[in-house]
Design a protein around this ligand. Structure first.
Ligand SMILES: N[C@@H](CCC(=O)N[C@@H](CS)C(=O)NCC(=O)O)C(=O)O
Length: 330
């Protein structure tokens, strides 16, 4: 684990000393947008027109932020149009690597060894953390974006004329509600588990733990009233919550000490999680080998033995009856 300083790799863990043991995530720096006609998006440069075969995603199958982008690639019919390279689950002194001996696909574009080489290929002087996902433009040979929340917005609509898929997971009428939910879920749950797990003081951990489970209780209640977070249809907010829920019992309960209760112990969240998992194309984006291996093997300050747990055994394909439940409730 480390970062680039003026294009040079430094092996360095997160600094929590200056923040009383609290983990603070760094903001992504590369924020251009692919658009249907190549016009500039909300931030960054124009010139990134949606085109089949032009873009490439670098992902980790372990990472919940990268996972969002793989889900949108799958459910929006983009697999034939956007290629993917998967890094190794082990993130140690070299950061993310393309070590093919350990379940990386390798870098199919440049045969790079390390993900930081993709960042310096984009900018030889780059300073900052080297994170996944990365969306790469093969035509201009540069990074479009390393911010997953924006990459999924691009995938949600920019390629619709190419794929013919008009599903909209960020519909105009629900945007305000989705934005509000995203903010809450990101702070308390998506990043909340990391705040608990990476805390280096008892107080920072206890605060994150308390806020995380208060938020899960809130969502559990909401899912007793409605099938998905904003009503009867799945939106971006559901997919963003999903990537944390699917890792929760396998990793966050033990490794990040988020152990008040498991997702399996929530009546509504457990069924909701299954419904999303069983959505066509989504189960194939979930890889528990990468997920468990990454966290338990890479975070040696949390798990110095690097022993990876065998369990839990949960059948996410089992029946959930969410659809019937909400039809009966009408
Ligand atoms: N803002 C980014 C965050 C991505 C992120 O933090 N990814 C983690 C993996 S789960 C990472 O690559 N961390 C490496 C590091 O921080 O050095 C996004 O959502 O795209």
């Amino acid at each position: 684990m480390g970062l680039l300083v003026d294009g040079v790799w430094h092996d360095q863990w997160y600094d929590t000393k200056s923040t009383s043991g609290q983990f603070k995530r760094e903001a992504a720096q590369l924020r251009n947008w692919i658009t249907a006609d190549g016009s500039a998006g909300a931030t960054g440069d124009g010139g990134f027109k949606a085109e089949s075969g032009r873009y490439h995603l670098y992902v980790s199958l372990a990472c919940p932020w990268a996972h969002r982008t793989l889900i949108f690639r799958a459910i929006k019919g983009l697999a034939p149009h956007i290629s993917v390279s998967v890094v190794s689950p082990d993130m140690l002194s070299d950061g993310w690597t393309f070590d093919t001996s350990n379940h990386s696909t390798g870098d199919s574009l440049f045969a790079a060894q390390y993900l930081h080489q993709i960042y310096t290929r984009n900018n030889p002087q780059y300073s900052g953390r080297v994170t996944v996902p990365v969306l790469w433009d093969k035509q201009q040979n540069r990074i479009v974006s390393n911010e997953s929340s924006e990459i999924i917005r691009m995938l949600n609509s920019a390629f619709d004329d190419i794929t013919g898929d008009q599903q909209d997971f960020y519909p105009a009428a629900l945007r305000a509600e989705i934005d509000k939910l995203n903010e809450f879920v990101y702070d308390k749950i998506n990043n909340g588990v990391y705040k608990a797990g990476f805390a280096t003081s008892q107080q920072a951990y206890a605060d994150a733990y308390q806020q995380l489970f208060a938020a899960l209780d809130d969502i559990e209640q909401r899912l007793g009233q409605s099938r998905f977070l904003t009503g009867d249809t799945i939106t971006e907010a559901d997919w963003r919550l999903f990537t944390t829920l699917i890792r929760f019992d396998a990793v966050y309960v033990g490794h990040f000490k988020c152990n008040k209760q498991t997702i399996e112990q929530y009546d509504n969240l457990s069924g909701y999680l299954r419904e999303l998992y069983q959505y066509p194309g989504v189960a194939e984006t979930v890889d528990f080998y990468h997920i468990k291996r990454h966290y338990y093997f890479s975070h040696t300050m949390i798990n110095p033995t690097q022993v990876i747990p065998e369990g839990p055994q949960v059948d996410y394909f089992s029946e959930h009856r969410r659809a019937q439940q909400f039809r009966e409730a009408e």
